[in-house]
Design a protein around this ligand. Structure first.
Ligand SMILES: C[S@@+](CC[C@H](N)C(=O)[O-])C[C@H]1O[C@@H](n2cnc3c(N)ncnc32)[C@H](O)[C@@H]1O
Length: 337
């Protein structure tokens, strides 16, 4: 591991340094170079996962990996000594690889479910407005079965699609951070709702449904404040010192496809920073991290390459300021008595 010695010429000219408490529209690979050196106490982010979301269309696997590696490395100069970069990411569960042998399942028993398309249509008629999940529950079958029957596609598991394998991603994040002198300090698991729709495999594959993600804590060597008063005693035992965090996923991803549940950045901010410190999210999306930073009296910088998400995050920050001022004035009023 090699800590980078930064030549003075690498510093951004003072007029280019990003002001704090703002959301920026642009590419993190450019904008991270303009953050004041040693200023960020916590950078918490979740990048595209290379799973085909709209905001990652047209990007190849190599381009995606290079982008993430660059972003990780650009953190070394801007994180303050003793501070953290925490990355939330999932492994790629269906990485297409035509070079590997096809998984050959031999199915035993009467595994052809007796549910027909007509049965599903009848349940839909009896339960207008019921979603696919509810219909599956009523019939006692999986959502995939409902989907296959409705689409008249009774071939299990995409018989003609290329074979897929699981591709781990933590290893290349770890190598990139280690190379610039930021060792992996801790790792936790976020257990979310089971995401049946994202698991593109079928009931006789033996694969598990997608229901957890990783939280990788990288540390920049230096003095770290460890203040036990940041959390209550019960919070330390329930999650502060626990490796598994159970937090429900966001139910309505109507304005952004992959939002954090607010509890996730809230925990990270309260565990790793003090009020007044700077929190960065360089893949800010709908602005969940920056809004939580405001609600907990931290400073923030948010970055997103999509203009519509930078605007959405700005709105989320405005709403968070309103919440904070409302709390502040309630407290002020009660002090008058
Ligand atoms: C997984 S989402 C983050 C969602 C966010 N945590 C939230 O709670 O809404 C990833 C975001 O990264 C943005 N993005 C992708 N590549 C980027 C890049 N090179 N620079 C900045 N933002 C990027 C996408 O537009 C997307 O909004």
């Amino acid at each position: 591991m090699q800590a980078k010695n930064r030549p003075a010429g690498d510093l951004p000219p003072i007029q280019d340094v990003l002001a704090v408490d703002k959301i920026y529209h642009g590419d993190s690979r450019e904008l991270l170079k303009r953050i004041a050196p040693g200023s960020v106490s916590l950078s918490f982010w979740s990048p595209p996962y290379f799973v085909g979301k709209n905001y990652e269309k047209g990007v190849t696997f190599d381009e995606w990996r290079t982008m993430l590696t660059e972003v990780v490395k650009l953190h070394e100069p801007i994180i303050k000594p003793g501070g953290f970069m925490v990355v939330n990411i999932a492994d790629i569960l269906c990485f297409s690889d035509p070079t590997i042998p096809r998984f050959q399942a031999e199915s035993y028993g009467a595994n052809r479910l007796p549910v027909r398309r007509e049965d599903i249509l009848a349940v839909m008629a009896e339960n207008p407005g019921a979603n696919r999940h509810e219909i599956a529950r009523i019939l006692g079958v999986s959502e995939q079965t409902v989907d296959r029957r409705l689409k008249n596609n009774n071939v299990r598991g995409g018989k003609y699609a290329p074979q897929t394998r699981v591709h781990l991603v933590g290893c290349f994040l770890e190598s990139a951070a280690y190379e610039v002198g930021m060792p992996l300090y801790d790792r936790r698991v976020w257990v979310k709702d089971p995401a049946w729709e994202n698991s593109q495999w079928h009931s006789n594959s033996l694969r598990a449904v997608d229901e957890f993600e990783h939280l990788y804590f990288f540390w920049k060597p230096g003095i770290t404040q460890v203040d036990r008063k940041r959390l209550h005693r019960e919070e330390w035992s329930q999650w502060g010192s626990r490796a598994v965090w159970n937090i429900r996923s966001v139910r309505a991803n109507d304005d952004h496809e992959a939002k954090f549940p607010p509890e996730l950045p809230r925990r990270m901010i309260r565990l790793l920073t003090d009020p007044g410190e700077l929190v960065l999210d360089c893949f800010v999306g709908s602005g969940t991290t920056t809004a939580e930073a405001i609600r907990h009296e931290r400073r923030y910088i948010g970055i997103d390459k999509e203009e519509k998400y930078a605007a959405l995050a700005t709105k989320a920050c405005e709403a968070a300021y309103c919440d904070r001022f409302a709390l502040f004035s309630e407290a002020g009023e009660s002090n008058e008595y």
